[in-house]
Ligand binder design. Structure first.
Ligand SMILES: Nc1ncnc2c1ncn2[C@@H]1O[C@H](COP(=O)(O)OP(=O)(O)OP(=O)(O)O)[C@@H](O)[C@H]1O
Length: 415
């Protein structure tokens, strides 16, 4: 499908009434073409350009929503497509309006104690639509010229960098519904696993480090401070997962908690946070369009995300192979044995680490590894013990900014 072909399409057309959405699930084999033929519509808060064919990649699940009515054309095969006129979008946009008001107030009061913008944390069980709501809130804010900071604490998805990380980035242009976040100044901390239960203590340490970095950034820039944060969280809401949510609320000084789709979680949070009147807790309905994902789908989207990091969403990036002398690099693992979240173990470099994804640490020496953010990631392609060389796949050419690498349990295969 040509990307900018404005000619009439042979595809099917859907006429959407105001405040309704077309829900589409693209199959895993082929992409789908989509065009806004008339009216206005958006995908997770990002406006669709008029009359332009857009390619929706395989396996994407999206909703094309219209506030005032639109005609949408599709071309190609999809697994599911239907129009829904019952959506929670009005309640979502009402939340946005409240956040927007707080941003304006924070700007007016700049320099004063009350200049803190909204810090909205989105919580809910798996498949409740947290990431989609975050995208909407960020996109609506961006469309009003704010630069909200997106904080992604969901290590299973890693939408800013790669899975296994907690990261943050200001969002300056609307997030494309289909791809990653356009990141200008991302800051990422490497956890190294896609499941927080592997090392809960380390997860807590990294939350604190990321929050401190953002506080420093905010203290130098009133615009970022006023635009505030939208924080995505893991779907782990029971037991230790619930404790981690509470920890995230307090560490990032969240002042709005948006609870998606679970009455029990809402009532627990309301009870425990009632002594903190500056925190608003809002219950929101989950959209009927959210598509649940099984373990296999999750693994495959995790692996696609890593591929996308190296090769780009549409294979538009050219990663480089980087060969280094084994004696020049050091690889560390952060121990997961409680209470040793802070203990480092030097990794023996041998064939077992092939296919691992390693983070390039900014740490100047090993003591700083846990508290340092990471510059990027490499993938171990080959190790030659005879010539003592290791070959990485790296996203860009040249020497990495550091020769200190951190390893977790994340493996990936290019096949
Ligand atoms: N209204 C909708 N119509 C169609 N698909 C939707 C809609 N809302 C969300 N989705 C899709 O449903 C899937 C799950 O949504 P989302 O990722 O927002 O949930 P989540 O709660 O963040 O998931 P996780 O459990 O991984 O944290 C995604 O593929 C998303 O694109």
């Amino acid at each position: 499908m040509s990307a900018d072909d404005g000619a009439a399409s042979s595809g099917r057309a859907f006429v959407l009434e105001k405040e309704s959405e077309l829900r589409v699930e693209v199959g895993s084999e082929a992409p789908l073409g989509l065009r806004l033929a008339s009216g206005n519509a958006e995908i997770f808060g990002a406006e669709l350009p008029p009359e332009k064919w857009i390619t929706v990649q395989p396996s994407q699940k999206i909703a094309i929503f219209t506030w005032k009515g639109a005609t949408i054309e599709l071309e190609g095969v999809s697994e599911v497509e239907y129009v829904a006129d019952e959506t929670p979008m009005v309640s979502y946009v009402n939340v946005h309006a409240i956040l927007d008001g707080r941003r304006s107030r924070a700007m007016t009061n700049k320099g004063l104690d009350s200049s803190r913008g909204p810090r909205a944390i989105v919580v809910g069980p798996t498949d409740s639509g947290k990431s989609s709501l975050c995208k909407m809130l960020l996109n609506w804010a961006c469309r009003r010229s704010w630069k909200p900071t997106f904080v992604d604490l969901d290590i299973s998805q890693g939408s800013i960098t790669i899975p296994g990380c907690i990261s943050a980035s200001p969002v300056q242009t609307p997030i494309d519904a289909f791809g990653g976040i356009p990141t200008e100044m991302p800051v990422a901390y490497f956890f190294g696993h896609t499941n927080a239960s592997v090392n809960v203590e380390l997860y807590k340490v990294l939350l604190t480090e990321l929050a401190l970095t953002l506080e420093r950034r905010f203290s130098c820039d009133v615009e970022y401070e006023a635009a505030g944060m939208v924080i995505n969280t893991m779907g782990w809401v029971d037991g230790l997962g619930y404790e981690l949510l509470l920890q995230a609320v307090s560490t990032f000084n969240a002042n709005v908690v948006l609870v998606l789709g679970q009455e029990k979680l809402f009532s627990m949070l309301r009870d425990v946070l009632k002594s903190k009147p500056h925190i608003d807790i809002v219950k929101l309905h989950k959209s009927g369009g959210v598509v649940p994902r099984n373990q296999k789908t999750r693994q495959s989207s995790c692996s696609s995300r890593i591929k996308e990091y190296f090769y780009g969403l549409n294979n538009d990036l050219s990663p480089n192979s980087l060969s280094m002398n084994l004696d020049d690099i050091s690889v560390y693992r952060i121990s997961g044995d409680p209470p040793a979240a802070r203990s480092l173990v030097a990794v023996d470099i041998n064939q077992e680490i092939i296919h691992s994804v390693l983070a390039i640490s900014y740490a100047k020496d090993p003591d700083q590894i846990i508290s340092s953010n990471v510059a990027g990631f490499v993938y171990v392609m080959e190790i030659d013990m005879e010539s003592k060389r290791i070959t990485f796949l790296a996203p860009c050419p040249g020497e990495p900014p550091s020769k200190v690498f951190v390893m977790g349990t994340m493996k990936w295969s290019e096949d």
